[in-house]
Design a protein around this ligand. Structure first.
Ligand SMILES: Nc1ncnc2c1ncn2[C@@H]1O[C@H](COP(=O)(O)OP(=O)(O)O)[C@@H](O)[C@H]1O
Ligand SMILES: [Mg+2]
Length: 463
């Protein structure tokens, strides 16, 4: 046996190591959750060693920093390193900081959330105090119900917006896109649609919006629906992770209410900003771009999000999704517009030229379609709309001809009718958020045409 005394110098590294272990594993969650250490730090992400065997793509981790616990999402897993995108921007990250696995991000929506505005992490941001938590816990990255178990979409509803109720009427459980360039009127139209009476709940995801617009949207336009609405907001200055999560959180809240049997309206403004956020996260984690800078994951995430809307399984309610798509530079064939058009059950096209004429909402009735319109129209209405479209088409294709004086009344009875009736139809379709919602768009149109016929002695529209 050696008699050499143990000195303080011998002990201190061991004690320091022990103290480190005690502090690292002192909180209960660290006793059970696998943990790792920060290895490298870059602008949009950091890497962690020791976690790769324990985490899956898309799961969340918690990073312990001097300012508290911060969440991050796993965006790439390699044998030795896990890549993490922090949820909040500007969080202080140090080399060798501890990071533990949290698993899927789960939320517990409850009826008490109605009338409230929250962020992507379900924290209230409206200054009205804390929000209660519901009983169930749902992962925000759930998948859609299997298609064969879902109810069929067949019940029409009135939106109160005449141009939509006449030309592209909608059904409960439908997924509709509103396509337009910036400043053409997407958000305004969405806010008008958010007032529809047909819904028990309205969940609104505002992604990448200007902070100023958010309050306007919620306070000025929702009206009586405010009490049954929940807004999930991630403004343009927030991190790409929060912007990417906002629609996922919103659809998860919508699923909660759908499962209670409610008919839910889900509004996402805009899906393009959601795609931009995914692109930013993917770029930070080194995923290669494939179309216009967008990585492949954008084109899997978009259908995953939109498939979650729609009718629920038997015995549940429906999620009707109305989303806006910003078409870059008014190019309606950009990759996000193209890929969403294929997933949706209809699209409304807004034209800048109509907005410039002051014809709001600037809906192009000939370019917009609702794939479920047949279920919402009566057979008579369907025939009438087909006739209206022919008249509008005739009116538009002869616009230049008429401008240069090449139109003579009496030569073409169809054109004569178009020239008389289309301006009246256009007038009926004009609507601004301040107007009273239309209860019966077809009756409004018939009334206007009848009144005009009465004054001018013209026959009513031929069916
Ligand atoms: N239905 C409408 N009635 C009157 N003005 C409208 C209408 N829709 C849009 N506008 C005008 O167009 C502007 C831009 O609309 P907005 O909805 O913010 O466009 P986007 O969301 O497409 O960028 C609004 O500030 C408003 O002045
Ligand atoms: Mg907008």
């Amino acid at each position: 046996m050696s008699n050499t005394p143990v000195t303080e110098a011998d002990l201190s590294p061991k004690l320091a190591h022990l103290a480190g272990l005690v502090s690292r594993y002192s909180s209960p969650e660290f006793l059970v959750a696998p943990g790792g250490r920060v290895q490298t730090i870059a602008a949009g992400h950091y890497t962690v060693s020791g976690l790769s065997r324990h985490v899956r793509l898309g799961e969340f981790v918690a990073h312990k920093s001097p300012t508290g616990i911060h969440l991050g999402e796993v965006v790439r897993v390699e044998p030795e390193l896990t890549y993490v995108c922090p949820i909040e921007p500007g969080e202080p990250i140090g080399i060798h900081d501890t990071v533990i696995r949290k698993g899927a991000f789960r939320i517990s929506p409850s009826d008490g959330w109605c009338g409230r505005t929250i962020n992507s992490l379900c924290e209230p941001i409206d200054g009205l105090g804390p929000i209660g938590q519901g009983l169930g816990r749902r992962s925000i990255s759930n998948t859609a119900p299997p298609s064969m178990t879902r109810k069929r979409v067949e019940k029409g509803f009135k939106t109160g917006v005449r141009a939509i109720d006449i030309f592209s009427p909608l059904c409960l459980g439908q997924r509709l896109g509103i396509f337009a360039g910036s400043g053409v009127g997407k958000s305004t139209l969405l806010s008008m649609l958010a007032r529809a009476d047909a819904f028990d709940k309205v969940v609104i995801a505002l992604v990448g919006e200007r902070g100023r617009e958010v309050r306007e949207f919620i306070e000025d336009t929702l009206g009586a629906n405010m009490k049954k609405a929940i807004a999930v907001v991630a403004t343009s200055d927030e991190s790409p992770m929060l912007r990417k999560m906002a629609p996922l959180t919103a659809v998860t809240i919508a699923e909660h209410f759908r499962d209670q049997g409610d008919n839910v309206l889900l509004i996402v403004d805009s899906v393009t900003r959601f795609a931009h956020a995914i692109r930013e996260v993917a770029t930070a984690s080194g995923e290669p771009p494939i179309a216009r800078g967008y990585p492949a994951s954008v084109f899997t995430e978009l259908p995953r999000l939109l498939e979650r809307a729609g009718p629920g399984p038997e015995g549940t309610g429906t999620i009707t999704a109305i989303i806006s798509i910003l078409v870059d530079g008014d190019n309606h064939n950009d990759p996000i517009a193209d890929s969403t058009r294929g997933i949706l059950d209809g699209h409304i096209v807004l034209q800048r030229s109509l907005a410039e004429e002051g014809r709001y909402p600037p809906i192009d009735p000939l370019a917009s379609i609702s794939r479920l319109a047949r279920k919402a129209w009566t057979p008579d209405q369907e025939k009438l709309v087909s006739r209206l479209k022919t008249l509008i088409h005739r009116f538009e294709e002869t616009r230049d001809l008429r401008l240069i004086g090449g139109y003579r009344p009496g030569a073409d009875p169809d054109l004569d009718m178009a020239v008389k009736q289309v301006p009246i139809i256009y007038d009926v379709l004009k609507q601004s958020p301040g107007d009273v919602d239309s209860q019966d768009a077809f009756a409004d149109l018939a009334g206007a045409l009848k009144a005009a016929a009465g004054i001018g002695g013209q026959p009513n529209i031929r069916r």
